[in-house]
Design a protein around this ligand. Structure first.
Ligand code: NDP
Length: 494
């Protein structure tokens, strides 16, 4: 078995298999992909990349896996999901190191967010395996039962930003409901998935229940979305790719699709809020993981009466918070790199547009260093409503701050977007927060904080942020279909 070794936290050597994980074995593919370290721009090594013929192999394995998994006792499915949670916690340092070296996620963020969230999600759905029930329905002349049945062979196409956590959001409910899953990680961050594959094998999931096939989106990802025997694709990524997946599903076997796409999250700061708290969360909302989070609070609307004070204090906090740029593996680093050269160039191009669009640069705006893909936290203020930086997802640490007059203005401005994923509202008036949270076009609204992920609470969007939900009981809906079985009951013979 071919191995790729990388240096993890505290200089520890971490080895991952390079092959595709098909039927619980690591097999080489004809193609390979080069994995890059965004901190240095240097190559970490090569791993196998699936082409359409490898996708066929993974689907054949998954069909065999499904025959066994759909009839596996719920208690066994639960036990295996619990075991995987334990193994993820046991090898947390390795997984967090791998998320740091290719995805550029801070080691500390992975240890504090990605790993615990992944373990919690596995345990949450481990508890669901024997609770995915149907109903008993009385009808004229008989009775009907409904069953919630698994869909079969499903695929998850996942991105690079918090790759382990997003993968587990798909894997845990899919397997709990009796489906089998083929995972295609992003070509930019495949290393965590190679490690995850070893844990799936160690946990002793039957062969074919989980296949992991890194590869190009336009090759492996496309082949999965077009495959006639894949019954569902769950996707997290850009709206543009989401559209292609939906088209491929429509043109082939009408497989189910759930899409968690981009966002341009509004954070609305009312004059009656706890300003200290609003300053803290609006900053965290756009600087966490360099703003490379679909739920990032990238549009900050502040009521006019507190606008000047907010700007002054927001700038002071940025000036007085020491930012340590560097290797995300180093626990002292507070700001890692943008994930790739392409994304880095894209973020810098948006910053340039910000300078040209009639807004004012409050702070930041510069590339940091010549090596790797670093950029300063940046804020533009008085951003015009039609500015591209206020309308498009930047996926970088770039805040747009805009004043508003009334509650109605704030709602109108927040909803004036093609996106509708995540929003935040800051106010101490409970009547106002009720009104505004209900009026916002968003699948997910947080009051007096930002994001607050929890495994039992659904996450997903409306409008061009997609449809379908990850996490919570609601996610299970999209991993099952309902079968109705009707019994005619003959009247008693007199
Ligand atoms: P993509 O949407 O292109 O990538 C996400 C996943 O889709 C990756 O696994 C990718 O593979 C795969 N993919 C790409 N093309 C296809 C295809 N034709 N069919 C099937 N799968 C495909 O996002 P990018 O990584 O290019 O990032 C671009 C922008 O997308 C970001 O700037 C950001 O705005 C948004 N984004 C949103 C995310 C979210 O959490 N909602 C996460 C990541 C990005 P591969 O890596 O090989 O291309």
């Amino acid at each position: 078995m071919s191995i790729l070794a990388v240096t993890g936290v505290a200089g520890r050597q971490i080895e991952v298999p390079t092959g595709l994980f098909i039927h619980n074995a690591f097999i080489p593919a004809t193609n390979s992909l080069t994995v890059e370290n965004p901190t240095t721009g240097e190559t970490l090594g090569k791993i196998s990349a699936a082409g359409p013929e490898d996708v066929d192999k993974a689907v054949s394995s998954a069909i065999l896996g499904y025959e066994m998994w759909r009839d596996t006792a719920a208690s066994t499915r639960s036990k295996l999901l619990f075991r995987l949670a334990e193994l993820i916690e046991r090898d947390a340092e390795e997984l967090a190191s791998l998320e740091a070296v290719d995805a550029g996620l801070l080691y500390n963020d992975s240890m504090q967010m990605s790993i615990p969230q992944s373990a919690a999600t596995l345990r949450y759905y481990a508890g669901w395996t024997d609770k995915i029930d149907g109903k008993t329905l009385e009808m004229d002349g008989g009775v009907a039962f409904t069953y919630r049945e698994p869909l079969g062979v499903c695929a998850a196409i996942v991105p690079w930003n918090t790759p382990l956590m997003i993968t587990i959001w798909k894997l845990a409910p899919a397997l709990a409901a009796g489906n089998v899953l083929i995972i295609k990680p992003s070509e930019m961050s495949p290393l965590y998935a190679q490690k995850l594959a070893t844990l799936i094998r160690e946990a002793q999931f039957p062969a074919g229940v989980v296949n992991i096939i890194p590869g190009d989106g336009t090759s492996a990802g496309r082949a999965l979305s077009e495959h006639m025997l894949v019954r569902k694709i769950t996707f997290t990524g850009s709206t543009a790719t989401g559209r292609q997946i939906l088209k491929a599903a429509a043109a082939t076997n009408l497989k189910r699709v759930s899409l968690e796409l981009g966002g341009k999250g509004p954070s609305i700061v009312f004059e009656d809020c706890d300003l200290e708290n609003a300053l803290l969360w609006t900053r965290i909302g756009i600087t966490t993981h360099n703003g490379q989070i679909c739920a990032a609070g990238s549009r900050i609307y502040v009521q006019k009466s507190i606008y000047d004070e907010f700007l002054r204090r927001y700038k002071d906090i940025a000036a007085n918070s020491p930012v340590v740029f560097g290797d995300p593996l180093d626990p002292n680093t507070t700001k890692g790199p943008i994930v790739s050269r392409t994304q880095h160039e894209k973020v810098l191009a948006y910053i340039e547009q910000g300078r040209q669009c009639g807004s004012r640069l409050l702070f930041g705006g510069e590339r940091v260093g010549k090596k790797g893909y670093f950029v300063q936290d940046t804020a533009f203020v008085d951003v015009p409503e039609d500015a591209t930086i206020l309308r498009e997802e930047i996926f970088g640490p770039v805040a747009c701050i805009v004043p508003f007059n009334t509650e109605d203005d704030a709602i109108r401005m927040a909803n004036d977007s093609i996106y509708g994923l995540s929003a935040a509202v800051f106010s101490n008036d409970v009547n106002r927060t009720h009104r505004v949270t209900r009026a916002l076009d968003a699948g997910h609204v947080t009051v007096n904080a930002w994001a607050m992920l929890s495994s039992n609470v659904p996450f997903g969007g409306v409008k061009e942020s997609g449809f379908g939900r990850d996490m919570g009981e609601d996610a299970l809906e999209s991993w099952t279909s309902v079968k109705a079985v009707k019994y005619a009951i003959a009247p008693a013979k007199l």
